[in-house]
Design a protein around this ligand. Structure first.
Ligand code: CTP
Ligand code: CA
Length: 225
């Protein structure tokens, strides 16, 4: 339709948004994590709130303040994020998973600071649960929206994630492009749908992109695709 639905069209809708990166402790002073500023997820939370949605924002550690009026849950690890997401999943209509989730965690986080030893050390990692994939198996009425950060084969990789996680839309992000991803204030993305349809969006600010993403979700909500 090409129309932007910028009105208060999410009144009565509950939206769960995850943002930021999760952190997995190696020892009391170190962690492994993903690069993520949280800007995209926080911009989405702000936009959804201002369109009248009830917003639950579940976030890893970032240096942003949660938008006013959103329900805020701060988490560190992927397992904590999973607990928080699952605890709220039945009560929401839409999930947008903008978080950069750590896929692995140290198998045995140490209670004491690890001292430096040899020239080469190894860290054993255990796979974390795939939260979005789990939601895909649990979903009933909910719309599930994911993000895909890729450095190659953007469309093929993102399409596979739609299928594997039973998503209604994925925002595919080529993080190698200048002006896209991580710390940038702008993004250059493609939107993919289960039908195989791909929509290319021009470079825009994360604030502008949140408005477009919400318009697309609105269309999915009213079956206007
Ligand atoms: N995701 C998740 N739980 C995980 C990993 C990812 O919920 N353990 C979600 C992310 O929040 C994102 C989507 O799944 O919305 C895709 O994340 P991405 O890291 O691109 O894909 P992965 O499935 O982890 O695959 P890979 O990192 O191997 O490309
Ligand atoms: Ca991943």
């Amino acid at each position: 339709l090409g129309l932007l639905n910028t009105g208060n069209n999410f009144t009565g809708k509950r939206i769960l948004i995850t943002a930021g990166g999760t952190r997995e402790p190696v020892d009391p002073v170190r962690y492994i994590g993903n690069r993520s500023s949280g800007k995209m997820g926080y911009a989405l939370a702000q936009a959804a709130k201002s369109r009248g949605a009830e917003v639950i924002l579940i976030s890893g550690p970032v240096s942003l303040s949660p938008p006013a009026g959103v329900e805020f849950v701060k988490v560190e690890t992927t397992q904590e994020m999973r607990e928080a997401v699952l605890a709220n999943f039945n009560q929401v209509d839409i999930v947008i998973k903008a978080a950069a989730v750590a896929d692995y965690r140290p198998l045995e986080p140490q209670e004491q600071k690890i001292k430096k030893t040899g020239e080469i050390v190894t860290l054993q990692l255990a796979k974390n649960p795939d939260i979005l994939k789990e939601l895909g198996t649990l979903k009933k009425h909910q719309l599930l929206i994911g993000f895909a950060a890729e450095t190659e084969e953007l469309i093929a990789n993102a399409a596979e994630k739609i299928r594997l996680k039973k998503l209604d839309m994925i925002i595919a992000n080529d993080v190698t492009l200048p002006g896209a991803g991580f710390d940038a204030d702008t993004n250059i993305v493609k939107l993919l749908y289960p039908s195989g349809r791909v929509e290319e969006l021009p470079q825009m600010s994360k604030t502008e992109l949140s408005a477009v993403i919400l318009d697309k979700i609105y269309n999915l909500m009213i079956n206007l695709t």
